[in-house]
Design a binder for this molecule. Sequence first.
Ligand code: C2E
Ligand code: MG
Ligand code: MG
Ligand code: MG
Length: 292
Amino acid sequence: QAKAHNRGRYCFFSEKLREGLERREAVADALRLALENGEIDIALQPQFKIADGAHAGFEALARWRHREGEMPPGQFIPVAEETGLIIPLGQYVLERTLAEASRLKKLSLTPGIVAVNVAASQLKLDNFPETIETLLRRYGLPPEALEIEITENVLLDRSSRRIGQSLQAIHEIGIQIALDDFGTGHASLSHLKRIPVDRLKLDRSFVCGIGINAGDEVIVRTILNLAQSLGKSVVAEGVETRDQLNFLRNLGCDIGQGYLLSVPLAPQKAERFLRKNVSCSVTGLPAEPASP
Ligand code: C2E
Ligand code: MG
Ligand code: MG
Ligand code: MG
């Protein structure tokens, strides 16, 4: 009886596992096609200087316009990372973003610093720093115009030495490096000494707790103190309310990004946004709220 029961459970789990695998395979196959068919594009989310509301730059986020609606990055990025598709995807996002920044500049607009998310496997590629340098040259952009965002977990990768060297080379080119989702990963603070990080991106989960959770407020304060002591700037992500923005301003947080200020914009909307020269007012809202 116990045997039958166990067999039943076994079947149940393997069925589940198989389903998961199939879905992952299906997502991977569809993603491969999407890359070939140009269904992947970027959205650009504006970032603002919190002190004066001036526009500072954009973060590029991958967007997949799937036949059956939009597939969120939270679903396809992990699959892309597991299957290695993150390499062509990441390359595409990087090139598309630099092409867009260059196009905007040619229109006499100022995109500021564009930030691109980069995965561990990209950093492990031979010649990744050289590839970026070649792209910057092709699109006529100075290295300071680009920032790459890595997560702390990238620093825990088995090939962390290789990744460290790659980051060093990227930094020496003059490209900025930001540590994304800071405070949520498993890396130790000692990585901040070893890796040439220019900016910390304060994770949305902490920003979200401002005004609600005393523990989150302590963490926000502590991360801002740490960054100031180490001479690094801080980008707060997921700013959704004026209270959060005011709290961050009072603590001297440098840059803000979030739905309160602007949602991620399709490239054409980003162009319109720059034409209007939108900045966020000192009270916390953009002079002209941007829509997606
Ligand atoms: P991330 O790099 O931390 O990007 C910020 C995410 O927060 C984006 O989600 C953005 O749309 C969302 N967001 C911005 N402001 C707010 C806000 O005020 N409230 C809330 N609730 N969310 C906000 P998205 O676009 O869904 O991307 C999710 C994650 O997928 C990214 O997190 C990043 O880790 C990854 N990702 C996206 N594009 C790429 C890419 O091209 N390459 C790699 N390697 N990862 C990417
Ligand atoms: Mg990011
Ligand atoms: Mg982030
Ligand atoms: Mg995040």
